[in-house]
Ligand binder design. Structure first.
Ligand SMILES: *Cc1c(COP(=O)(O)O)cnc(C)c1O
Length: 295
């Protein structure tokens, strides 16, 4: 397995770029074949905090296709920290590729039934240990947003007028908003349905003077988290044929669909320079039957 993280490149989408609009993509999906971009960034400050507090083990939570779990397993291996992943649901006789990779990186997997999984406080108190450092599901929190701020620092990004990114817990979006310069606007595309608190969840992690730089759009969730109707799969194939960019069914397909739609509706004014954050995370596609997608 590839053991190091590469720095991300920017790709211009010629298909969408014209005299009034430049569309570029930050390819965080290419930094590692398994460890997805955004999760890796969100973990950095938690892990530094754990080391500073002399913790020898990290624990967190996730499902069988969790990008967060596999990124945590990889990061802990590279820092020589022990780690435990509390996994939602019963152990399967055919574990997902995500969980196999996490175990190969040395993560101790503990399966938890769905009822117990949903009560994190009880779960944590049951497995509390003085050497153990807990990270929230998906890395939500101030330190997660601080890590996500580093996403924009990898390359010169000050020229962009708009930044488009997907939103799950909102940690990445918050970090990106905090890292923007004055003239930049961040538009978040929610992957969740009916999550009225999501905007507040993002803004709770955003610096006061940056709160006006964020807009959340709710109309591109395609039925909810990980829902992938045929229309979305068709879009993923067409988008790949135009751009050679693979997307996932949970986040980035909805992100690029939104981008395509917003451009068609002339959402952006003239002289727009748009940066779309492709934050990796193709693990969700492993839940699809083989052969559905061309990548
Ligand atoms: C986890 C993830 C997100 C959501 O990030 P949040 O910080 O939870 O909003 C978006 N896209 C991909 C590919 C992810 O793996």
């Amino acid at each position: 397995m590839q053991t190091s993280i590469q720095s991300a490149k920017i790709q211009t989408l010629k298909y969408y770029t014209n005299a009034d609009l430049q569309v570029d993509v930050l390819r965080l999906d290419e930094i590692h074949p398994i460890v997805s971009g955004n999760k890796w960034f969100k973990l950095q400050y938690y892990l530094a905090d754990a080391i500073q507090k002399n913790k020898s083990e990290i624990a967190s939570f996730g499902g069988a296709y969790s990008n967060h779990i596999v990124a945590l397993a990889f990061a802990c291996q590279s820092l020589n920290l022990k780690c435990t992943g509390f996994i939602r649901g019963e152990k399967s006789t055919t574990p997902s590729a995500t969980l196999i990779a996490a175990a190969n990186y040395g993560m101790n997997l503990q399966y938890v039934n769905r009822t117990d999984y949903n009560n994190k406080e009880a779960l944590i108190s049951l497995h509390e240990h003085p050497n153990r450092y807990w990270i929230t599901e998906g890395g939500y929190g101030v330190l997660g947003a601080q890590g996500a701020s580093k996403i924009l620092e990898q390359l010169p990004t000050n020229n962009y007028t708009h930044i488009l990114c997907s939103v799950g817990s909102g940690t990445m979006a918050a970090g990106i908003v905090n890292a923007t310069t004055e003239h930049q606007q961040v538009i978040g595309i929610s992957s969740l349905k009916n999550n009225a608190d999501l905007e507040e969840q993002v803004l709770n992690l955003v610096l006061n003077h940056k709160k006006n730089a964020f807009t959340l759009l709710h109309q591109y969730h395609f039925g909810g988290y990980a829902k992938h109707p045929a229309e979305l799969i068709t879009f993923m194939k067409e988008f790949y044929n135009k751009t050679f960019i693979p997307t996932d069914i949970v986040y980035t397909s909805k992100l690029f669909f939104a981008m395509d739609n917003l451009i068609k509706e002339n959402y952006f004014g003239s002289q727009t320079k748009l940066l779309v954050i492709h934050c990796g995370g193709l693990q969700g596609n492993l839940s699809l039957p083989k052969g559905i997608l061309p990548f």
